[in-house]
Design a protein around this ligand. Structure first.
Ligand code: ACM
Length: 655
């Protein structure tokens, strides 16, 4: 009988001495060796000049937290080097009693080798304060590792609520510790434009005269929620170009590429209020809302505006991609505007796409701007809508599509030759509860979206061709900030779910089958999140008597070893009480029976229906061992997911 408990229990016992550190994301290959590498006053780092940034990153973490000198010298007990025959972001980490070598396929590979090395040290290594008394030694081991996906992303909405520069820097630091490497920065939207553009100073000013409402308390009053959500210009600040340069420079050191989003033609109320002449009708928007019916136009003033803004954006952000938004842009205004219709005729778009010429016009605008940024070697990214209504195959080659609505569109886009990054509402929108039930902060969508939902996501669904598979760049979580006024809320919604995303995108699917093992590592990883100063949700280690979605999906009775103390009490004739307690997930557990087995044969049974789920039911079962029963005792539980297969909980034994 396959049961994850049998997989786990012996591992936990045998491995106590030599268990690998709780790596997240799980590396491709880990071999433990004898002994430990001790950091001490003679520890030095050696690295070639092209790795000075990585050497400094490592040295500064070690110095700050261990209080050891850790100089960077010509020879070192910790040696960083590049071997270009390794995969680009891959690395080998070799820790022996006497030295540590980190060899990467590139500087990024070395950086990820450093991250893995840091995970062999006390969690305090991620902190800002000295912990000289911690055990500054690392388990000897050998790791070979490389990421599965090149796009391991996080999107942050800084438009609806503005976050200070210090928070963005801290957030990037936390991403790097999970080996996440793409920061999609949602800098503009209807509610505010947060990026200083020197040629158009009113963009950032227009929302600053509006209230900056950043309550300490999370709003529970639904009318407050509505106010956050829809279309109120919102003050609170913006990023100067100097701020952006500082953030971009730090991101480079952390091997994170920033993808700025300059959204058009919709979600652009703030821009059109600042410069009404760029709107379709050249007038200030009347429809004050988030998904406003007002669109940026395609007339020369609007085109010039977009080019100018993109030029300054490219001056600031050196990465390959600029995001053009493109989502939720209702076309009514373009349909009724004479000049726009004339352009559709001139460009022959009604012939190309008679059913949706305005959508073809959106693709044309996207391509115009793609051509503009291609002159500087850049590519465009768009939300899924950019390929809707007949645009697939007509978008500039090299464009990246973010499917957030439909897996079918993800597959079609990838098969058609576009890079795709999964951004699906379920399970990658983190403005949702993480667990069902009370005690979670307010969230826009109810969810819950659990770490397991993210962890189990299938990046390679049926229908992908071989080419399509290659075009799956990765996945990305979205942190929309309408209901996250405080940066604490953003951290809480992000962590630890971003750790599940990190492992989903880094680790190959065949290494991601054991969810209890992941939850076990995640519970230990929490100490690192704490050291990083994050307000994160704490994850308890999975219980020996716990169920997870894996158990529910197996659809088989669940056979559980009993703790020795429980067996002893049963043999003394004491009854064993069991209480089923749901913890989280979308569905509960329907229990049919609980049996006590001696050498695999039932000797006592409590068969009655029980249910535990989001309702506060905690059904009880009772078993007594018949006198003089011999043989090894186990429990067999017959239960199913109630209407689904995603929940987690525990069986509490009494006494
Ligand atoms: C989106 O959620 N509108 C991309």
């Amino acid at each position: 009988m396959k049961s994850f408990i049998f997989i786990w229990l012996p591992l936990a016992v045998i491995a106590a001495e030599t268990s690998p550190p709780a790596f997240i994301p799980l590396p491709a290959k880990v071999e433990l060796a004898q002994g430990r590498f001790q950091l001490n006053t003679s520890t030095t780092i050696a690295a070639s000049a092209d790795l000075s940034s990585e050497a400094n990153y490592l040295a500064s973490h070690l110095r700050k937290t261990s209080s050891l000198p850790i100089p960077i010298e010509n020879t070192g007990t910790i040696v960083l080097s590049i071997n270009t025959t390794l995969p680009n972001e891959g690395y080998q980490l070799n820790i022996t009693q006497s030295n540590v070598t980190i060899t990467g396929g590139s500087a990024a590979g070395v950086f990820y080798g450093i991250q893995t090395f840091l995970q062999t040290l006390p969690a305090a290594v991620y902190g800002q304060t000295a912990s000289p008394k911690a055990d500054w030694s690392a388990q000897a081991l050998r790791i070979e590792d490389a990421p599965m996906c090149s796009w391991r992303g996080v999107h942050l909405d800084s438009a609806r609520h503005f976050q200070p520069k210090a928070f963005v820097l801290k957030f990037l630091e936390s991403m790097a510790a999970q080996k996440l490497n793409r920061f999609h920065w949602h800098l503009v939207d209807s509610e505010g434009w947060r990026l200083e553009i020197k040629k158009y100073p009113l963009l950032t000013e227009v929302s600053q005269s509006s209230p900056a409402y950043y309550p300490e308390e999370i709003p529970t009053n639904p009318t407050f929620r509505a106010k956050y959500r829809y279309g109120y210009l919102h003050g609170g600040g913006y990023y100067t170009q100097e701020d952006v340069r500082e953030i971009v420079a730090r991101a480079k050191e952390l091997h994170i590429t920033i993808i700025p989003e300059i959204e058009f033609p919709g979600h652009a109320m703030a821009a059109m209020l600042a410069y009404p002449e760029i709107s379709t009708r050249g007038q200030s928007p009347k429809d004050i809302s988030n998904i406003t019916s007002d669109l940026i136009g395609v007339h020369p003033k609007a085109i010039q505006f977009l080019r100018d803004v993109l030029d300054e954006t490219m001056d600031l952000f050196p990465g390959e991609w600029i995001h053009f938004g493109g989502d939720e842009a209702p076309k009514g205004q373009w349909k009724s505007d004479a000049f726009t219709q004339q352009r559709i005729e001139e460009l022959g778009l009604r012939t190309i796409n008679p059913k949706a010429p305005e959508d073809a016009l959106q693709a044309w605008l996207f391509n115009e701007m793609s051509t503009h940024i291609a002159k500087r070697g850049r590519h465009a990214v768009g939300w899924e809508e950019i390929m809707h209504n007949g645009n697939l195959g007509r978008l500039a080659s090299g464009s990246v599509i973010m499917p957030w609505l439909s897996t079918g569109n993800a597959v079609a886009s990838a098969n058609a030759g576009y890079g795709i990054v999964y951004t699906s509402v379920g399970p990658f929108y983190l403005d949702s509860y993480q667990v069902a039930g009370a005690g979670e902060p307010s969230a826009l969508y109810t969810g819950p979206i659990t770490v397991e939902n993210i962890y189990r996501y299938n990046l390679f669904p049926a229908g992908l061709t071989e080419t399509g598979r290659k075009n799956v760049l990765g996945a990305q979580c979205q942190l929309w900030s309408e209901l996250m006024p405080r940066t604490d809320d953003i951290e809480y919604q992000a962590y630890p779910r971003l750790c599940a995303l990190a492992e989903l995108t880094w680790t190959a699917p065949e290494r991601r089958t054991d969810i209890p093992n992941f939850l076990q590592r995640l519970s230990q990883h929490g100490a690192r999140l704490t050291a990083l100063g994050l307000n994160h949700r704490r994850v308890a280690p999975p219980s020996q008597l716990g169920w997870t979605a894996e158990f529910l999906n197996a659809n088989k009775p669940w056979v559980v070893a009993l703790p020795e103390s429980t067996v002893e009490k049963l043999r003394q004739g004491k009854p064993l009480g069991l209480r089923f307690e749901y913890r989280d997930g979308q569905n509960g557990l329907d229990i049919q029976s609980v049996e006590l087995l001696a050498d695999g044969k039932p000797v006592a049974t409590d068969a009655h229906e029980g249910f535990t789920g989001t309702h506060p039911n905690k059904p009880d079962y009772l078993l007594t061992l018949p006198k003089n029963t011999s043989g090894s005792l186990t429990l067999r539980i017959k239960a199913n997911g109630s209407g689904g297969n995603d929940s987690r909980g525990e069986v509490v034994l009494k006494p």
